[in-house]
Structures are given as structure tokens and as C-alpha cells.
Design a protein around this ligand. Structure first.
Ligand code: SF4
Length: 389
């Protein structure tokens, strides 16, 4: 199983961000220092540990083993090194997570220094995921990111010195005014760092963000889809030529460094989610915790479940979800895993749909897997819809 922990704090909100996070303010953040220490964060860490402790004693999780822990956000490195150490060490002990499990912490360049990196390592963190986004200072500024390009190199090199052998970098494309040449330059800088893993995301203009307001006012345009497609295919070719396998729609890795944690989602495994706004999927039940951080802390401290919404996923929906999550992987959906999970063959449930999509050249099939064809990758969402009940 996988364990996800959400830290809903950021130094400032990026202009495109619709993720669940609170801005703590640039003036309060000790950049390159020991992170932020305030009573809300201390209360939050206590609540997280209490929520974790309760789940660790649950009957359902007894005997289950975890091989991945992911602390994401937000910006987890807004917490202090000491708080992150406490979280890592305590959660690993509560859930019996072994040192060889994949233990990731997300971080923004410029919010951590060697002291914090050391604390992460001492807590057992063995993978860092850095929100780099761009190597162009104008692009970073336009996105509202808090870091400078120099922070990326400093943080990355510092992490290597502290012994991080597994680093992911996130990069974004389809930025306002960005052209193919600028995107190619970002990819080149990213590859030259030689991270083990690279995630690429196209900027999307989400509601309730400053970018969306600009879109509504006609001051920002949607990015041209054909240019975005060219950027995607440029990345595919460039990263393949530099030894990065394209193992999932948005993810590339050197051989053997694919993300264990994210593969759990794509393979439709169960996962436990802790924290405000976190989602979990246990025993066919998908739940989401209170997004309001105070409501979350109050509920946990009062010994109540901090769940805002939950849904029992019926078998037919679960089958469809397993397919469209699995189709995100280059390898596709395993027929054996599907049969083991549902005691029915994928061909018996979706045979007609699979054949129709194969005839259109959108799906391919081997004896063990069903997967997207090369041409269907940019059209993945159209294919996914075909499997919905
Ligand atoms: S750092 Fe990430 S989570 Fe925080 S505001 Fe920016 S995009 Fe959102």
C-alpha cells in the first residue's frame, strides 16, 4: 500500500495554483533557513500524527504493508526540518515502513538548506521531488513562483551532497508566451542536472486562480493546443534520446527509477491519505478529508474522523477507473491484475469497447496488457471516456 500525507502550506500562492494550500507569506518564511515555525503548523503536525496513529490501530490496516510514503503539498518544506523529521520517523514506525521503501518529500527550490536536507535523510527520506517548473527567470516570475533559477541549482546540488540518489524535477510547458525554443532550453537544463525522474505538466488555467481571472477578462489566452502537442512530442524525443523512459503520460525516468508511489495510483492500488484535503482509497471507499485546516485539526483532536466526503465505489465504476488509470501507463492495464481484482476477465467486461478502439488505432493489446497506441496518447481523455459506465 501507499501512504500519502498532505502539507497544505506554501510560502505564496502561484498564479496558476488550484491545489489545496494556504499561503504563509513571504515575509514569514525563512528561506534557506529552518522553515516556518508557528502554532498552526505545530497543531497541524500533532493532528497528522494523531490521525495516523488511529489508522495504524485500525483492523482493516492490520497486517497490510506499506512500501511507499509520500509527503506532498502544498510545500512540505514550509515545515521545519524538525517537524518533517518527526513526521517521517513517527509515520514510518506507526506503519512499519522499511528503509528500502520509497520515501518522498516534495520541496520547492529555495525552501530548504543542507540542515533541512540532513533532517529529511535522518528521517528516512530517500527521494526528493523538486518543483522546478522552469529554468527561465521570466517564466518563474510570470508563474508567481517564489524561487530563482539559481535556487534550483543550489538545492539540487546540495541534495546530492546530502546523499539524495533519487531526485525528481517537475517542469511545466504551455506557459504564457512560451515558444518551442524556450521549452527546448528548459528541457536541456533539466536533463543536464541528470535527475533520476522528470515529470512534465502542461499549464492549465483552473478556476479560482489569478490566471483564470485574467482569462475571464480576456487578458490571458488559452495556450494553442497544436503548439502544446509539439512541445509534448519534442520532450518525448529529447528525453528518450537522453536515456529517460516514457513510462506514463506525464512521467519519464531512468531505468529502474520509476515512481513507486505514483504507480500505486495508476495500478489502482489502495492508499491511505492523511491530512487536510487529502484523499484516500481503502476497502472500496474513497474519502476526502476536510479542506479547512481548522475543521480538520478540530475533528482529529476531538477524536472524530476528519472526513468531509466519501463514496463507495461500485464494482462497475471501479473497473472503469482501473482501466483509465492503467492506460496512463505506457505498459497499460494488466489483464492478470484486472482478473485478480474483479474475478472477471477484462475481455468479458470491455471486449466490445477494446475492439472498437483497436479498430480506430487508439488501443493496442498484447497477451498480458491493454495499452494506448502512440497516436492515442494525446487523445487519452477521449479513450478514457469510452470505458465509463
Ligand atoms: S508551490 Fe505548488 S502547491 Fe504551492 S502555490 Fe505553488 S503550485 Fe501551488
Amino acid at each position: 500500500m501507499a501512504l500519502y500525507v498532505h502539507i497544505p502550506f506554501c510560502v505564496a500562492k502561484c498564479y496558476y495554483c488550484s491545489f489545496h494550500s494556504y499561503a504563509i507569506g513571504r515575509e514569514n518564511c525563512v528561506l534557506r533557513g529552518l522553515g516556518q515555525r508557528n502554532s498552526l503548523m505545530e497543531r497541524y503536525v500533532k493532528a497528522l500524527l494523531k490521525e495516523g496513529e488511529k489508522y495504524s490501530r485500525s483492523e482493516y490496516l492490520a497486517g497490510k504493508s506499506f512500501d511507499s510514503l509520500y509527503i506532498g503539498g502544498g510545500t512540505p518544506t514550509c515545515l521545519t526540518g524538525g517537524q518533517l523529521y518527526l513526521l517521517l520517523a513517527s509515520l514510518r514506525e506507526l506503519f512499519g515502513i522499511p528503509p528500502e521503501a520509497e520515501i518522498t518529500v516534495e520541496a520547492n527550490p529555495g525552501t530548504l538548506d543542507s540542515g533541512m536536507l540532513r533532517k529529511l535523510r535522518e528521517g528516512g527520506c530517500n527521494r526528493l521531488s523538486l518543483g522546478v517548473q522552469s529554468f527561465d527567470s521570466r517564466e518563474l516570475k510570470a508563474l508567481g513562483r517564489i524561487h530563482q533559477v539559481s535556487d534550483v541549482y543550489n538545492t539540487f546540488n546540495e541534495a546530492r551532497r546530502e546523499g539524495f540518489a533519487n531526485i525528481n524535477i517537475d517542469l511545466m510547458y504551455g506557459l504564457p508566451g512560451q515558444d518551442l525554443r524556450q521549452w527546448a532550453a528548459n528541457l536541456k537544463e533539466g536533463v543536464e542536472l541528470r535527475p533520476e525522474h522528470i515529470s512534465l505538466y502542461q499549464l492549465s488555467l483552473e478556476e479560482n486562480t489569478p490566471f483564470y481571472d485574467l482569462l475571464q477578462k480576456g487578458l490571458l489566452a488559452e495556450f494553442a493546443e497544436d503548439t502544446a502537442a509539439e512541445m509534448y512530442s519534442l520532450a518525448q524525443g529529447y528525453l528518450a534520446a537522453n536515456g529517460y523512459g516514457h513510462y506514463e503520460i506525464s512521467n519519464y525516468a531512468k531505468s529502474g527509477w520509476e515512481s513507486v508511489h505514483n504507480k500505486k495510483y495508476w495500478k489502482y492500488k489502495e492508499y491511505l491519505g492523511l491530512g487536510s484535503g487529502a484523499t484516500g482509497f481503502l476497502d472500496g471507499n474513497r474519502y476526502t478529508n476536510y479542506g479547512d485546516i481548522h475543521a480538520y485539526c478540530d475533528a482529529v483532536i476531538a477524536d472524530k474522523r476528519p472526513v468531509e466526503a466519501e463514496e463507495i465505489i461500485d464494482t462497475r465504476t471501479a473497473m472503469a477507473e482501473m482501466i483509465f488509470m492503467g492506460l496512463r501507463l505506457k505498459q497499460g492495464v494488466s489483464k492478470k491484475d484486472f482478473a485478480e481484482r474483479f474475478t472477471e476477465r477484462i475481455e468479458d467486461i470491455f471486449g466490445e469497447t477494446i475492439q472498437r478502439l483497436k479498430a480506430k488505432g487508439l488501443l493496442e493489446e498484447s497477451t498480458s496488457h491493454v495499452f494506448l497506441s502512440e497516436k492515442a496518447i494525446p487523445l487519452a481523455s477521449i479513450v478514457f471516456i469510452e470505458f465509463l459506465p
